[in-house]
Write a protein that binds this ligand. Structure first.
Ligand SMILES: *Cc1c(COP(=O)(O)O)cnc(C)c1O
Length: 394
């Protein structure tokens, strides 16, 4: 047997930021030029937008302060009426219904199945009375986007993708985030590219991006520094509120040198995930939902379902993993979990029943698996996850 690491790997620290970022930041600190609109052109934020759009293969990108801000601006840019119904998966992060509320719309939760994907029957039932569809690829799990796109088109509804946790995922070979009208990504530290905070939206729609640019805080004629959206944006000058959700140059300096790292992180993250998934499946205690055929994933965490655990055993399982240093949360059991829909009490009205999602959340476990982990560290994690189950199940 190999010698495994003696202590549990830290799954919360990120990869080091590339050296090039340090140099760019030093230059920026010396010049003091932190605001994206001070330079006449080619500020780090403007360059990031061009590079990100090119990387994803979309026409336009708008960098902002978070993915939540991008989602909010996406809904505002669509010009939905007040109290518009926006369908969202019932399994997502609290920031998503929050962005919908922030945009003066009403989130309508759609059931999510055991495989963490949108339940198409429930979506079909609810879509007839909806005004927009916002699909969160939660933890990088892609729902059946062919079916969802077809349904949205059939009902003439705009589709927004929350791809916060899916940067690098492909669907039928196409980049996630380019399937709907607008795609939104996060640069928060637990995502594939880490700037502490930050977000970006992409779209091929000149009018949508122009509206979003103005509302993100391109006051006066600052829209002109988004060269490719100039003419469209001029139309909206002084017509839309300025929410000031801009990204600052320091963030762009941290993000840009990480873009060339993305392909490697995605490949490593996927092989890490698949390695641990196979070990967990082999133990007999868990099921790990397989990717859909069209999906090529970019995971930096693993989700798996407890098989035949009682609620008390599921609770004990969380404690047992923690004792072994590989803290694992059952989404629906850890207290105040921001991904459990009954904790989103800021949504007007009663909490919906959503029995399928509730059943999934009662058994779905969540463990981080950053791309930088070594094989030995992955074995440590898999061993601990299995050992905790053995202890609990006796
Ligand atoms: C992280 C995350 C968000 C929020 O991103 P922020 O940049 O922190 O606003 C939204 N949706 C999903 C699925 C996420 O994982």
């Amino acid at each position: 047997m190999r010698d495994l690491p003696v202590t549990a790997p830290n799954t919360y620290t990120s990869e080091p930021i590339p050296e090039a970022a340090q140099e760019a930041i030093d230059a920026m600190m010396r010049s003091g030029d932190l605001f994206r609109y001070t330079a006449a052109k080619d500020s780090p934020v403007a360059l990031l937008e061009q590079e990100f759009a090119a990387l994803l293969g979309s026409k336009y990108a708008l960098a902002v302060s978070s993915c939540s801000a991008a989602l909010f601006l996406a809904l505002k840019a669509l010009d939905l009426p007040r109290d518009a119904k926006v369908l969202i998966p019932a399994f997502t992060f609290a920031a998503v219904p929050s962005a919908v509320i922030h945009a003066d719309c009403l989130p309508v939760l759609v059931e999510v199945g055991d495989n963490y994907r949108v339940d198409l029957d429930d979506l079909e039932r609810k879509i007839a009375s909806a005004d927009a569809v916002l699909i969160s690829h939660m933890r990088g799990h892609t729902s059946d986007m062919d079916a969802i796109i077809a349904l949205a088109e059939q009902h003439g509804l705009p589709l927004v993708e929350d791809a916060a946790h899916s940067l690098g995922t492909k669907w039928n070979g196409q980049n996630i985030g380019t399937l709907g009208k607008i795609g939104c990504f996060s640069f928060q530290s637990y995502k594939m590219i880490n700037a502490g905070e930050g977000g970006i939206m992409i779209t091929d729609d000149a009018e949508l991006v122009a509206r979003a640019v103005i509302m993100s805080g391109a006051y006066e004629h600052n829209w002109a520094k988004h060269a490719i959206v100039g003419d469209e944006a001029a139309k909206w000058q002084n017509k839309l509120p300025l929410y000031n959700l801009r990204m600052q140059n320091l963030s762009a300096c941290v993000i840009r040198p990480q873009l060339p790292e993305l392909a490697r992180r995605v490949a490593d993250g996927r092989s890490n995930h698949d390695y641990v998934a196979e070990r967990l499946e082999g133990s007999g205690y868990f099921t790990v939902p397989a990717p859909l055929n069209a999906e090529l994933r970019a995971p930096d965490s693993i989700q798996f379902n407890l098989k035949d655990f009682t609620p008390a055993q599921a609770q004990a399982y969380m404690d047992a993993t923690k004792a072994l240093g590989v803290s694992t949360q059952v989404f629906g059991l850890s207290q105040d979990n921001a991904r459990a829909f009954w904790n989103w009490q800021f949504i007007p009205g009663d909490t919906p029943a959503l029995p399928k999602t509730r059943a999934m959340l009662a058994k779905a476990c969540d463990t981080r698996l950053p791309a930088r982990l070594t094989r030995d560290e992955l074995d440590y994690i898999a061993d601990a996850l299995i050992e905790a189950a053995t202890k609990v199940r006796g």
